[in-house]
Design a protein around this ligand. Structure first.
Ligand code: BG6
Length: 454
């Protein structure tokens, strides 16, 4: 999908030659690409690649980058168009954005800035970052990544809701009892101690991925599928989200245990983690969306590391059938309908319905009507980043987070974290390989409901 007029420039602090960098990139593609490695395609790409070693604090570094980019304009006809991909430590952000901004030539083609997470660590710092960006770039030039939005199954939420006539009329408080969203991971911190210790599950997953999943589930139909129409609707949801109180948010940290048969250390024993760390690796919350569609309908969400399995799902639980006309015994098997969106793995959608068990009498059991991507489309799903980076190159910001969304996301997180500061959690409080702390079960049991066990 890449045009002929294209080039990639790697920029980092490590000293290495372009040749060594290209070799490392080739190895990475060979190891991780989901498609078969094709030498001729690689050759075409490798020709366009160069590497610049620089520390961004050093002015000459940017000049070197600018020079390489100008060279590409001449040799490859890139016409001054630039996509900068900022996967950089937060501390380097201001310098880099300022340096790039200062070197922006007038009328030199377009510029797009892809910004990786973490986007700040609270509302104030995110606002400051947005302020710096705004100084040099327009909002439509900024692409804040939340890679969950690039997942096919997440986008399918929009198709499911707005390309089908049957769901929207019942997609509200009158028919839906509650919504459950689970982002469960079986992995631990994977050598990212430095980042994770200061982030925790609330900043790593809840602030971005989880809240975006809520926004897509709860939003009103947009008038069209343009970036601003979609994001206008999402931000309204984020603005109307609240937790009913500190007891509606619980956190946890894993101790040692067994995950998928292997013994794993507790969080505090992972490399680079403080022995007394109070960073949470699990968070669960009950949230409400204060609007006409959703008032009083709880959204229960949970995210955690070192849980029993990797699994991201959105479960829409409908209300019970109002009156079962069957004998009491038959009614025992009657459960509410659930529409289950499997974001990953086993991507698909499944509707739980009650069906009659064959044979005498009227006994009811829950069965599933399933749509599986693998079966229906017979094609591998692209990685989220493939879609997102291409969208950024095309200038389509629909699947990126706008500044006002980030603001709202942080405001909610700030209010939760402020309440946490008052007490010291007793950690660890769940064993690796389980489904999280007991307090998360209590949170939902108090309402007479329970987490789905899949
Ligand atoms: C990242 C988090 O944003 O998402 C990681 O920083 C997490 O901690 C990852 O593991 C999960 O992504 P995915 O696509 O594997 O669900």
């Amino acid at each position: 999908m890449l045009p002929e007029q294209f080039g990639i420039v790697g920029v980092a602090r490590s000293e290495q030659t372009t040749k060594a960098w290209i070799a490392a990139m080739k190895k990475a593609v060979q190891e991780h690409s989901r498609d078969e490695f094709k030498q001729d395609v690689w050759n075409g790409l490798a020709e366009s690649m160069s590497y610049v070693a620089t520390d961004f604090a050093d002015d000459e570094g940017e000049d070197a980058v600018v020079e390489v980019l100008r060279g590409l304009d001449e040799q490859r006809g890139t016409a001054g168009n630039r996509v900068y991909y900022l996967a950089v430590p937060p501390a380097a952000f201001e310098t880099i954005v300022t340096e790039l901004g200062e070197r922006r030539g007038a009328g030199d083609g377009w510029t797009r800035l892809i910004v990786e997470k973490p986007f700040g660590h609270d509302h104030a710092s995110a606002e400051a970052l947005n302020g710096i960006l705004k100084q040099w770039f327009r909002e439509d030039e900024v692409f804040r990544i939340d890679h969950y939005l690039g997942k096919e199954t997440v986008q399918n939420m929009l198709a499911l809701r707005f390309a089908n006539g049957i769901f929207e009329p019942i997609w509200n408080r009158q028919f839906i009892d509650h919504v459950q969203i689970t982002v469960a991971e079986s992995i631990g911190v994977e050598g990212r101690a430095g980042f994770y210790e200061s982030a925790g599950a609330i900043r790593d997953i809840f602030q971005n991925h989880l809240l975006q999943l809520i926004a897509l589930t709860a939003m009103e139909p947009p008038i069209d599928f343009t970036a601003d129409s979609v994001r206008n609707e999402k931000v309204k949801v984020l603005r109307s989200l609240h937790t009913p109180g500190p007891k509606s948010v619980v956190r946890g940290q894993y101790g040692r245990g067994f995950v998928e048969g292997d013994e794993v250390p507790g969080y505090r024993d992972e490399e680079g983690i403080a022995a007394e760390s109070t960073t949470e690796t699990y968070v669960a919350a009950k949230l409400y969306v204060d609007n006409w569609r959703w008032a009083d309908t709880p959204f229960y969400v949970r995210a955690g590391k070192r849980l029993a399995r990797r699994e991201t799902t959105i479960a829409i639980q409908f209300q019970r059938a109002p009156h079962p006309p069957f004998a009491e015994i038959a009614g025992d098997g009657m459960r509410p309908n659930v529409l289950l969106i499997h974001v990953q793995p086993d991507e698909g959608v499944s509707l739980a319905i009650g069906a009659k068990v064959p044979g005498q009498g009227m006994s009811i059991r829950t069965v599933h009507m399933d749509f599986l991507y693998g079966g229906a489309f017979r094609t591998g799903l692209p990685e989220a980043y493939e879609r997102l980076i291409l969208d950024a190159m095309l200038g389509d910001a629909t699947l990126f987070t706008r500044a006002d969304e980030v603001d709202e996301q942080w405001e909610l997180v700030d209010s939760i974290v402020a309440a946490w500061r008052r007490d010291r959690p007793v950690f660890p409080n769940y064993e690796a390989g389980t489904w999280g702390p007991r307090s998360a079960d209590e949170l939902i049991h108090r309402d007479g409901r329970s987490w789905r066990r899949h």
